[in-house]
Design a protein around this ligand. Structure first.
Ligand code: T3D
Length: 264
């Protein structure tokens, strides 16, 4: 039985959030959606939380929608647009907007929405044994959770089309070589590497990192002029932050900085 669909482990400065329906490869049912959103919202509300590490229990990361909830009964047709609007889209928006980095540790297969939720995270580490599958085409669906937006941006038009139309598994090492993810690591080193990153972010200038996320997201739609203006505005805010003052002081003092992680 997978009784607690999402596990949250509070560490110093960050939280490990684990999708926990291993018997279904951590595919999403409504309970897991609600628990994940609650975990992210609580982390955001905790000013001591400066990073999230998202991973999956068991041998998979996440196999997307739990298809056993979608078995057709009679003539009734599910409104998948409603699920997307209610659960998947808010989840992707939340991950992108969190005011601190989210590290995905993709421990095994990431399929369907599971792949695209991993790709919505800020840094994606994957075990060499993991793979990414845009599984949608196999069941007559369209890549969702931002897949049609992020794939061409990460890997280019030709590879995005191949991944989406063929729905073949992309092994982690090839995903790294194609620029889909940050890094593929040995399976037995995945969590240690991911934790190292989370600890790094837990001691980083959080406000500045949040502004970097904003700038890079805005760059997807801005022209150069608008982006230059945005950089000016964000830099003005970053330059007024206590962590910037500390960064400069620490540099001049030739010591390691002690960032507060204050979010404003
Ligand atoms: O519906 C909406 O709201 C719209 C939103 C859609 C978003 C989506 O994500 S649509 C895409 C849904 N996902 C898929 O189509 C992927 C389905 N799964 C697979 O293709 C394969 O399981 C994998 C390629 C991911 C892994 O294959 P393999 O051979 O390593 O494992 P397996 O044996 O297929 O799966 C292990 C168990 O997990 C198995 O259960 P069993 O037989 O041991 O009792 C399998 O049925 C279960 N499982 C895996 N994925 C799902 C699932 N059960 C329900 N839903 C799943 N998505």
């Amino acid at each position: 039985m997978d009784e607690t669909p999402v596990l949250v482990d509070k560490r110093a400065g960050y939280r490990v959030v684990t999708l926990n329906r291993p018997s279904r490869l951590n595919s999403f049912n409504e309970a897991m959606h609600r628990a994940l959103m609650a975990a992210l919202t609580e982390a955001e509300a905790d000013s001591a939380c400066r990073a999230i590490l998202l991973t999956g229990a068991g041998r998979g990361f996440c196999a997307g929608q739990d298809l056993s909830d979608r078995v057709a009964s009679g003539d009734s047709k599910p409104d998948l647009g409603h699920t997307i609007e209610t659960y998947y889209n808010p989840l992707v928006r939340k991950l992108r907007a969190l005011p601190f980095p989210v590290v995905a540790a993709v421990n095994g297969v990431a399929a369907g929405a599971g792949a695209n939720i991993a790709l919505a995270c800020d840094i994606v580490l994957a075990a060499r044994g993991a793979s990414f599958i845009q599984a949608f085409a196999k069941i007559g669906l369209v890549p969702d959770s931002g897949g049609t937006w992020i794939l061409p941006r990460l890997v280019g038009a030709a590879r995005a089309r191949g991944l989406a139309l063929l729905a073949e598994p992309l092994p982690a090492e090839k995903a790294e070589a194609w620029g889909l993810i940050w890094k593929a690591v040995d399976d037995d080193k995945l969590m240690a590497e991911a934790e190292k990153l989370a600890v790094h972010f837990a001691m980083a200038p959080t406000f500045g990192l949040a502004q970097i996320k904003r700038a890079l997201d805005a760059a997807e739609t801005n022209g150069l002029d608008a982006q230059l203006d945005l950089e000016r505005d964000l830099q003005r805010q970053a330059g007024a932050s206590p962590d910037y003052a500390e960064g400069v002081k620490a540099f001049m003092d030739k010591r390691a900085p002690n960032f507060s992680g204050r979010r404003s």
